[in-house]
Design a protein around this ligand. Structure first.
Ligand code: FES
Ligand SMILES: [Fe+2]
Length: 440
């Protein structure tokens, strides 16, 4: 199918809610990318880090929000703060390290120093050079709003954005199943792994919101090895798993284990009583039968959780990979990926989970390579003069939109099958709403 002319005044029209067709310019057009940075990334709450990364006063990490560098700081007064990593004097990065612990940040250009709560502390030049004509209260680091849920730290520079709880909404029920399921909560296992992929960031966010049908074709061979399940069985369970359009663009799928799959497969058995203590019956029911759980929090935070074994002699262990899809151009994204564990879990379990995760879901991981190749080739096939005039199809929604699960225990709209495109298309509907905002 070919599309009519693109009206740059109404970019949201590129996604058609009624038919499930999406103009491929959404994924490859530089003007669309520039608009996304303003209309989505500068407006929305964005994930910037996990509390366990900045556990002590003085801890900081440097990150990116949209195309802006930021510092996430655990200030000496105990507050979590997020600053634009740009000197108020001329814009130089005031912090260059990925992570550290410091009472202050010193701009390397003219030597101005900022406390880790963002206040200008001192000037290398004598303030008298300004002859009292300058109000240095205007020279603190620019601060974003910060919100924390289940240890996940989000920030936005948008003063008008609704609070974080409203943004997350129903997603909190699902976030709790992964990050808030033991009394002490979750922690990151080390620093994030980062790599650059030749793809639009949305290919990843949509895939994790999530795309059930790709697993068979893209991951068939490696699944046979890592999951030890015949492909036909994998398709069958994927078709039977719910896809949830959570609301606000958030989406997830749960693929249950096949018949006979023991409850809590791949989990640390010592954690199960804690899950039973912390989670509702509905949340426990989803988690204990879960073979594969995949979710995206709009716009660009995702995670995947499932049991793998790379040795037929060893039982499967869950790995839990969380990531952000950082937009760097219409055709490239930086992927930052963390491995997550319940804090109370034994070190041996964390170590095994981390090892299996690195082997499967990182830039060099078996599953990620399958996906990255597909996403990069979608970019190649869609960016040409003819290619970008074509449409991408999410038309499985036409067959699925009335197929709701009436008694699903979680909030949002749950559809019967991960073979529905309903939850991933939900992310594009939120994209459409935000891109259309302000249009005539
Ligand atoms: S640019 Fe930072 S002190 Fe001048
Ligand atoms: Fe995949």
């Amino acid at each position: 199918m070919k599309v009519e002319q693109f009206n740059p005044q109404r970019p949201g029209d590129l996604v058609d809610p009624a038919t499930g067709w999406v103009n491929r310019r959404v994924f490859v057009d530089a003007d669309i990318h520039a608009m996304e940075l303003e209309r989505i990334f500068a407006q929305s709450w964005l994930f910037v880090g996990h509390e366990s990364e900045v556990a002590k006063p003085g801890d900081y990490v440097t990150r990116t929000m949209g195309d802006d560098p930021i510092i996430l700081s655990h200030s000496s007064d105990g507050q979590l703060r997020v600053f634009l990593n740009a000197c108020p004097h001329r814009g130089t990065l005031v912090c260059r390290a990925d992570a550290g612990n410091s009472p202050s940040f010193i701009c390397p250009y003219h030597g101005w120093t900022f406390r880790n709560d963002g206040h200008l502390h001192s000037l290398a030049d004598k303030p008298e050079a300004y002859k009292n004509k300058v109000d240095f209260d205007d020279y603190n680091l620019v601060q974003a709003r910060v919100g924390v849920y289940a240890g996940l730290i989000f920030a936005t520079f948008n003063e008008a954005a609704p609070d974080l709880e409203s943004h997350l909404g129903n997603a909190r029920w699902y976030i709790d199943m992964f990050f808030n399921r033991t009394p002490n909560g979750a922690e990151v296992l080390g620093a994030p792994v980062k790599w650059v992929a030749n793809m639009n960031w949305k290919y990843g966010a949509i895939n994790f919101a999530a795309d059930g049908p790709h697993a068979l074709a893209a991951h068939g061979p490696i699944s046979r090895m890592a999951i030890d399940m015949p492909m036909e069985a994998l398709v069958e369970i994927a078709k039977n798993g719910p896809a949830v359009r959570i609301g606000n663009g958030h989406g997830c799928i749960f693929v249950p284990g096949p018949p006979g799959f023991p409850d809590w497969t791949g989990f640390d058995p010592a954690m199960v009583p804690l899950y039973e203590q912390m989670l509702s019956a509905g949340q426990q029911g989803q988690l204990k039968t879960m073979f594969n759980g995949v979710m995206t929090v709009f716009p660009n935070l995702s995670w995947v959780h499932f049991p793998v074994t790379l040795s037929p002699k060893k039982p499967p262990i869950n790995f839990f990979n969380m990531r952000v899809w950082q937009p760097t151009s219409a055709h490239s994204a930086e992927i930052w990926a963390w491995f997550i564990a319940d804090k109370e879990s034994a070190d041996e379990y964390k170590e095994a989970s981390l090892r299996l995760g690195i082997q499967t879901f990182t830039g060099a991981g078996t599953f990620d390579q399958d996906d990255s190749e597909a996403w990069a080739s979608m970019d190649k096939g869609s960016r040409g003069t003819i290619g970008r005039q074509r449409m991408s199809s999410f038309q499985m929604i036409l067959a699925s939109q009335d197929d709701l699960i009436a008694d699903f225990p979680g909030p949002g709209e749950a559809y019967h099958s991960t073979y529905s495109e309903m939850s991933e298309f939900g992310l594009l509907l939120k994209w459409r709403e935000m891109m259309q905002a302000g249009s005539a």
